[in-house]
Structure formats: C-alpha cells, structure tokens
Design a protein around this ligand. Structure first.
Ligand SMILES: [Zn+2]
Length: 59
C-alpha cells in the first residue's frame, strides 16, 4: 500500500469532500398545481399537493 508522504491541508481535504456534495443536490422543479419551486418527489410546500392529490392540507 502506498503511503502519502505529507499530510493534506484542511482545505485540500475539504475540496475532496466537496466533490461529492454536488451529486447529492435535490432536483427542484415547479409544482404543476401552483407553480411554486418544489424538490422533486416531495410534497409541495406551498399547496400540499402530490401526484394530483392534496396530501397536506394548507390553511
Ligand atoms: Zn404546489
């Protein structure tokens, strides 16, 4: 096994870790019922609709 000769700086370590953050970002699309931005596969936060049905009732 190859061993690293020098310890990586904190910023280099964080750079490497941040490379994966982009891939886990949620897709945000417009709600088909009210048009508000809503993460995909989630109940709409503004109207409470999901797949054409009201799942969470809003006042
Ligand atoms: Zn909505």
């Amino acid at each position: 096994m190859a061993l690293p000769k020098y310890r990586k700086s904190k910023s280099k370590t964080m750079m490497r870790r941040r490379q994966n953050d982009k891939r886990t970002l949620v897709n945000v699309s417009a709600c088909p019922d009210c048009g508000a931005p809503r993460p995909a596969h989630r109940v709409c936060p503004s109207c409470g609709m999901y797949k054409g049905k009201t799942v969470v009732r809003k006042a």
